[in-house]
Design a protein around this ligand. Sequence first.
Ligand SMILES: Cc1cc2nc3c(=O)[nH]c(=O)nc-3n(C[C@H](O)[C@H](O)[C@H](O)COP(=O)(O)O)c2cc1C
Length: 358
Amino acid sequence: MALTHSGKSLPFPQHSLLFAPLEGVTDPLYRQALLNLYPEWSRFSTDFLRIPSVGHYSKKHYVEHFGEELYQNSTAREKTTFQILTSPQTNLEQALADLHDLGFDHLDLNLGCPSRTVNSNKGGAYLLSDLPTLETLLRRIKKNWPHVFTVKIRVGYRNDDDFSTILKIIEQAGIDAITIHGRTRDQMYKGRANWNYSKIAVESVNIPIIGNGDIWTPSEVRQFFDLTHCYAIMLGRSAMKTPWMPKLLSLGPLPQEEELKIRAQELKIYYQKLVDEFTLAKLSEPIILKRLKSVSRNTVEDFIDGQAWRSQLLRSMTLEHFFKVLNETVENKPCPFRPALIEDPIHDLQDERACQAQ
Ligand SMILES: Cc1cc2nc3c(=O)[nH]c(=O)nc-3n(C[C@H](O)[C@H](O)[C@H](O)COP(=O)(O)O)c2cc1C
């Protein structure tokens, strides 16, 4: 494993695939299921825990956010990053002391959350628009956190004008790695993430870069590594869609029809195993159904009439109906060509800037 410039080694090797934090999805139950079903992922992350502006959490609260059972499981502890979201006015020092006492040793700071409420409280992507505060905050964390400390950013708030400065501030604060989601805050999820920002970051700072944003297929994972030479890749929505991605990638390049065949097989296994895990955790059928729907966002887009199948899945009133629709989709409607989200995933940065200027 590579030593970072702060002298620490990252808890995952080069060319790793990391499962992104996804609020409302990657809670302890889902992560527990993923650990059992797809242990090939190099790393998982909690979704963000917002450090309160007034008072502080009990230690129990941190453990609950991580997952009480997972906390007792040394493999889960070793494979999971704890993500926080904070603003300058919180009692950060107390939070860091508690997380340290609890034995967590990899903290990630969310600097990308685009939520209006979060940003109006000076958290998440807001900090990319207030660089003196960003710098102070990073240094406060570094001073009080002796373990691995990474950040997850977007490329700016309104625009990317400060992108290089942000990278330098992070580098000079001694941060161990940066995950870059190639969109500004104002872009929310519009368009396609621009992979070139990770390439630029790799070339301009001496910190491991983790690329993120709209990397959907094994061939796109390979393209992304080839283009950017980044240290690792983090997958969010595509991880939810294809949690068997690390296995698929290890099979080497496959014809698309083959990938689709694997998708058809794996989807049924994935959803059935999720049901088994959630049943074991004593969730009721309506809650299990709700959870299956929440991870099914991009599941069937590769099949003919994917949108129609998706709305049928979402309208299912019982698990039985959900599986009936799922089986019909994957068995009867293979789509020979993946509908591309956009023609060319690798935008030219200069062109994009020129377009924005018009
Ligand atoms: C439902 C959802 C919840 C998210 N929650 C978080 C979060 O808790 N922390 C975070 O840093 N990013 C969060 N993100 C952003 C993702 O981690 C990721 O950066 C983004 O989706 C782009 O990657 P993708 O194109 O692979 O999805 C969330 C995204 C989605 C779609």
